[in-house]
Write a protein that binds this ligand. Structure first.
Ligand code: HEM
Length: 547
């Protein structure tokens, strides 16, 4: 039998060369065995096609513009593509019929979420609606959300949305360069008023805190953002070797303290005899009936706040905070992002802006001194088509929130194992030439009703898939689309949205494909010139808002 010692007798040079040789051969055998096993497993089970995953690490998924990467794979392998992230199965769906079948018709199997260790287990103590697995807690939280956000009920919130849009206009008149923060303020304050019956303080501290929470959360939920979500075994490491755990818990502490404070303020005001009309008040009233504890309520309506110290989560009190917080969080950024995309569209397609403004002036009068309200909705079909086209042209959630399957399934002959994370590529559907001819062009006309048909506010959510699918469809969709409509028509009424010019006088236009990082897609920062279109009585508007 030859051994390392034999070679030492014959010369050190030889021993150094022979050790790596054996290792290399062993590695080659292991890699070959992996691929052979993979090949036979795939053959036997008929997985969907896709790029061959690397051993151990699997396929790599970019954290930026993942929808474009997914679509490029579908162009090579077909509309259903399989990926693997360190052993976790993933399925990319590029076509609506497959999404409707799996996430819609088979939704009892495809309505869970991939369990994220960083954002789910530690940052959200497993209570945040958007990350919950399919089960009793999800059903409770969604039922409570539905009660407060269904299409019929949101009709009662129109006054809040209209007042919010008046403030948006006055803010922009006073500070025309602050469009970004004014739009975020509009969407966040609308939600804060609905959830906690409270406006932001003038210093904007609460808003800044909320935006910070949202920004980091959107990054944290990307499945490839934190190594522990790719290799869950890392969660076995002790705290000393897993600094990310403390970081996630700290984020939870900060946001939970914020939500809880807002929730408790509402309770305090109710105890003082205030008759509050807001989600949080209803949650307190129905807490027992809904079976939600304080943590669930706090997260479910969306309001994140920065708190200077670390708050250790107490899971036993964890249900009511989440309900309140989730709506606030889930709604603010997506709604604001859609209004920002509308501005990008106005700058790149000024003829559509003009057409919408002509419609508004025809209905309200060129000299109207109050902006549009929901009573004008039916008479503004082009504006409605404009907003729907924004949802299609630049969906703020281009791959939705991925769903996860609970059981093994077979679809179109492909084996889909339990625990597969399914990415419905909303962006790809919205840019499918057959469905929407000339898909990269912003063209509201494609959504104009035929034969003078009257549109209802619910029609804002039809003809595109911007709000997701099946049993996880966005519960805030009816509120959201109306907030976007209100914000966009108010801006169109009050301002010409113009591009700045460079030194040579050429307009500087925002690039519609430039987005901020994350699983969602907000436009990258851009400059605009907001030129008032009419003489607006700011004092009268401010008075209307205050009332
Ligand atoms: C234009 C604005 C909005 C867009 C485009 C949008 C889109 C979406 C999408 C695509 C999903 C994932 C659906 C799926 O998994 O299939 C979602 C989930 C969710 N949205 Fe929205 N949303 C918006 C505004 C809102 C608002 C205003 C609220 C609350 C008031 C809200 C609350 C939620 C919640 C709680 C979830 C998680 C649902 C679950 O996991 O079961 N969203 N939204």
């Amino acid at each position: 039998m030859s051994s390392a010692t034999d070679f030492i007798v014959n010369g050190t040079q030889l021993i150094k060369a022979s050790k790596p040789d054996r290792l290399t051969i062993l590695l080659l055998i292991l890699v070959a065995a992996y691929y052979v096993a993979l090949y036979f497993q795939q053959k036997a089970r008929h997985y969907a096609p896709g790029p061959t995953p690397w051993p151990i690490i699997g396929n790599s998924i970019p954290t930026e513009k993942s929808w474009l990467f997914f679509h490029s794979l579908c162009k090579i392998y077909g509309p259903i593509v399989r990926l693997s992230l360190a052993g976790s199965e993933m399925l990319i769906l590029d076509e609506l019929e497959d999404i409707e079948e799996l996430l819609g018709k088979r939704s009892s199997n495809y309505s869970s979420r991939r369990q994220l260790t960083y954002a789910g287990k530690y940052r959200s103590v497993e209570k945040r609606l958007v990350l919950l697995p399919y089960g009793p807690l999800l059903k409770k939280q969604r039922a409570a959300a539905f009660q407060m956000l269904n299409a019929r009920v949101v009709g009662g919130y129109e006054g809040i949305q209209e007042r919010g849009s008046i403030k948006l206009i006055t803010d922009l008149l006073k500070q025309p360069t602050k469009a970004y923060i004014s739009i975020k303020w509009y969407t966040a304050e609308t939600l804060q008023t609905l959830v906690y019956a409270k406006r932001f303080s003038e210093d904007g501290n609460d808003l800044r805190t909320l935006l910070h929470i949202l920004e980091t959360f959107i990054q944290d939920i990307h499945p490839a953002r934190h190594p522990v979500d790719i290799h869950p075994i890392l969660d076995k490491l002790p705290d000393a070797l897993a600094s990310w755990r403390g970081e996630a818990k700290e984020k939870h502490g900060n946001e939970f303290t914020f939500y809880l404070r807002l929730l408790r303020e509402v309770k305090q005001r109710m105890d003082n005899g205030d008759n509050l009309e807001c989600f949080a008040a209803r949650l307190w009233e129905d807490a027992e009936k809904n079976g939600l504890d304080e943590t669930s309520m706090a997260y479910r309506e969306p309001i994140p706040l920065p708190v200077p110290h670390i708050f250790e989560a107490k899971p036993k009190s964890s249900s009511s905070s989440t309900v309140a917080g989730s709506a606030f969080e889930a709604g603010t950024d997506n709604t604001a992002g859609s209004v920002l995309w509308a501005l990008v569209a106005m700058l790149n397609y000024p003829e559509t802006m003009k057409k919408a403004q002509v419609e508004i002036d025809r209905v309200l009068g060129r000299n109207s001194n109050m902006p549009p309200s929901f009573k004008h909705f039916e008479d503004l079909p082009y504006c409605t088509a404009f907003v729907k086209e924004v949802f299609r042209w630049s969906p703020v959630a281009p791959v939705s929130a991925p769903h996860q399957s609970l059981q093994d399934d077979v679809y179109k002959g492909y084996f889909i194992p339990a625990g597969t994370t399914v990415f419905p590529n909303i962006w790809a559907i919205h840019h499918n030439e057959k469905r929407y001819p000339d898909p990269f062009k912003f063209k509201p006309e494609r959504f104009m009703p035929e034969n003078g048909e009257k549109l209802t506010t619910e029609s804002l959510n039809e003809g595109h898939c911007g709000f997701g699918f099946g049993r996880r469809v966005c519960p805030g969709q009816y509120l959201a689309s109306k907030s976007v409509w209100m914000g966009v028509v108010s801006l169109l009424w009050g301002f010409d949205i113009l591009p700045p010019t460079d030194a040579s006088g050429k307009p500087v236009l925002p690039d519609p494909s430039a987005v901020r990082n994350g699983l969602t897609a907000e436009p990258d920062s851009f400059d605009i010139v907001m030129k008032p279109r009419r003489a607006i009585d700011v004092d009268a508007l401010t008075q209307a808002w205050a009332n």
